[in-house]
Design a protein around this ligand. Structure first.
Ligand code: ADP
Ligand code: ZN
Length: 226
């Protein structure tokens, strides 16, 4: 099963995807994480992507599509994939369909995390990320047991360069501009479900897990009756 998690910056896409991918043993494919890794390692891609990311703009489509094309061929993607932060516009969505198709895969479900602007701004301003393992914390909502230290690997927590108020506003603008068309695309073509993601992460997680389990039950029933 391959699923896409859509949502604004701060909607919890990353937090939910990490948890879900562990539970289901699916590959977690986050273009944001892959790009940040490239920037950190100063690869050619990283050098090209850096400026866009700092400004809160989208990195050019061909760069992220190239990443996806390579990543979905890896072994851990066989069981299932959770796409987090990709696709972000119609061109990327169409390219994803094409790439998956070439690899005998498809998008099975799209889950949209709905949030209000005040909630996501509050989440992004307080977000802290582990330098070593990428785990996500929040100074108020999800504090680490020891301030500044990752609960899982003792790595150092830092604030993402684009989690500053100026850049957050820009990212939200970009999201608002692209997302309506993207949702329309998936509502017309795929199994599309919206969830209220203003709630605590645990509540949202349970709802996502229920959806995935329902989906699996239904598809295995369809397979037996066929
Ligand atoms: P958020 O959803 O909180 O903005 P991400 O980690 O998904 O965080 O993305 C961070 C930045 O990386 C984006 O602002 C953008 O510059 C770049 N990026 C990530 N995914 C994509 C994508 N699919 N297409 C273009 N740019 C992307
Ligand atoms: Zn860690």
């Amino acid at each position: 099963m391959n699923l896409i998690i859509l949502g604004a910056p701060g909607s919890g896409k990353g937090t939910q995807s990490v948890k879900l991918s562990k539970e289901l043993s699916f590959a977690h494919i986050s273009t944001g994480d892959m790009l940040r890794e490239a920037v950190k390692n100063e690869t050619d891609l990283g050098k090209k992507a850096r400026e866009y990311m700092q400004k809160g703009q989208l990195v050019p489509d061909e760069l992220v599509i190239g990443l996806i094309d390579q990543r979905i061929k890896q072994k851990d993607a066989e069981r299932g994939i959770i796409f987090d932060g990709f696709p972000r516009n119609i061109n990327q969505a169409k390219s994803l369909d094409k790439i998956l198709n070439e690899n005998n895969k498809s998008v099975d479900t799209v889950i949209n995390l709905e949030t209000t602007e005040d909630v996501v701004i509050q989440r992004l301003c307080g977000r802290r990320v582990c330098k070593k393992c990428g785990a996500i914390f929040h100074i108020k909502n999800m504090p680490a047991k020891i301030e500044g230290v990752c609960d899982h690997c003792q790595g150092e927590l830092y604030q993402r360069a684009d989690d500053k108020e100026e850049t957050i506003k820009k990212r939200l603008d970009v999201y608002t501009k692209e997302n309506a068309a993207l949702m329309k695309f998936y509502q017309e073509n795929k199994k599309f479900i919206s969830l209220d993601a203003n709630h605590d992460a645990d509540i949202v997680y349970k709802e996502i897990l229920d959806l995935v389990n329902d989906y699996n039950k239904n598809t295995s029933r369809a397979a037996t009756s066929a």
